[in-house]
Design a binder for this molecule. Structure first.
Ligand code: NI
Length: 143
């Protein structure tokens, strides 16, 4: 049986700087370009969260749009909006790339949503940069 999905859009503004202590100052500059600017810079991030339609998800606990909005606001928007991503504890040991951010957002949302209902998380960082993640495997929890 087919299953529809719903995608909700959330926004937050945050600062970051792409930099890793594993590389030299010069290597950081080469790898990350102007995103390595010591003063940091900001983005108006857009987060797209796709869930299976509550009416077709095989779970009595399926979340609806209102519940998804509450979860995403509490877990994502309130955590990152007007913050410096480099100061977030989850980014203490990894760079604040879009790839890492979309994985973190998935990890923050997935425990709040019944198994299998979260289908995709996407992050639009700039006009031309778009990152997405659909989980390690269907119904498999990442550790
Ligand atoms: Ni950036």
């Amino acid at each position: 049986m087919g299953q529809g999905s719903i995608t909700r859009r959330y926004r937050f503004c945050a600062a970051h700087r792409l930099h890793t202590d594993h590389l030299s100052v010069e290597e950081n500059r080469v790898v990350f370009g102007k995103c390595n600017n010591p003063n940091g810079h900001g983005h108006n991030y857009v987060v797209l969260v796709t869930i299976g339609c509550p009416s077709t998800v095989q779970s009595r606990q399926a979340v609806g749009i209102d519940e998804l909005d509450r979860i995403a606001t509490e877990r994502i928007v309130n955590r990152f909006d007007h913050h410096d991503l480099n100061q977030d504890p989850e980014f203490a040991t990894q760079t604040t790339t879009g790839e890492n951010l979309v994985l973190l957002i998935w990890d923050l949302l997935v425990p709040q949503i019944p198994d299998g209902q979260l289908k995709k998380v996407a992050v639009i960082e700039t006009r031309d940069n778009y990152f997405e993640y659909m989980g390690a495997a269907p119904f498999a929890a990442r550790s």
